[in-house]
Design a protein around this ligand. Sequence first.
Ligand SMILES: [Zn+2]
Length: 379
Amino acid sequence: MTQIFFEVVAECPHTRARAGLLHTPHGTIETPVFMPVGTQATVKGLSQRDLADDLGVKILLANTYHLYLRPGHEIIRQMGGLHRFMSWPNALLTDSGGYQVFSLSGMRKITGDGVVFRSHLNGDLHTFTPESTVDVQLAYGSDILMALDECPEYPVSHEYARESMHRTVGWARQADGHYRRRMAESPARHALYPIVQGSMFPDLRRECATALADLGSDGYAIGGLSVGEPRPLSLEMVEATEDILPRSRPRYAMGVGMPAELAEYVARGVDMMDCVLPSRNARNGCLFTSEGRVIIKHARYKDDGRPLDEGCNCYTCTRYSRAYLRHLFVSGEILFAALATRHNIRRYLDIMGEIRHAIISLSFPEYLRCARSASLEAG
Ligand SMILES: [Zn+2]
């Protein structure tokens, strides 16, 4: 019952990288793809026109947990779904809510049905079950839904990680069954991805991926990364599961990564990524350029008339100098966040475009070598 169709158009013969097309009811997405994060149904500082028309973003991520607490999924359903509510014409992916329940909520308790938690906004009690989070995401009208998972903190014992992973697999089966029933009642084009967990234990990751692959899902997410572990470990966890997850389905590494890591994940068979870094770092004055990082508050930029990144043709780089951007930042002006976020997201999209082009033109291993040496030089 593949409803969101994924097509592999080119494969690198030397790595696990591939280029593909993900066809959704809200447009076709070229992969590998980076998805900007719109936690509250907005990418902070940018309008939907900036994102869709100017930057060419084809898919955004929004947070199930945050939108469930405020404004609430029933309001969003009444407003015609999330696409209409936020006036977003392209595809939307919503996460499971699991990560936020386990990281933001001061109180949460795992029960037989799911997880009970207190809202971080006002302390109210709520329950997420594998079934209810599917219903919430269907109320949003998300193109791609995530199954409820438990994201354990790092580090945890093997014993706890195993117990938690088994719970995530059980929840994924329940979510999948519920989702298929809902789709049978009212056919619509969505996809539900279960999430591979297992902390930093390759044996648990493999066991989890094997169990989830049996579900025959439309795609698979790899979660529990970027939780404070050393970076090589995150890549190792992706490697552990890559040959188990079906090659015909997209793989989504959740919450990664730094610009230099994007090609590393793609080399390990990842098709989709999301991260708050380009937008969050932009607001803090950390800009990613083709020559490395620029910390804009540094005094050396106060009379620097060059564009932020000479190799970038975004609105920020074609119109403004480093000196002006620094002035906006140190003055606390709102425009800084807008211009900086616009550039950083463009930088990520440009990197993904270069990666895709390298895969299709069979030069990805060379691209990867250059990216590695550039990142070593940048320290
Ligand atoms: Zn730029």
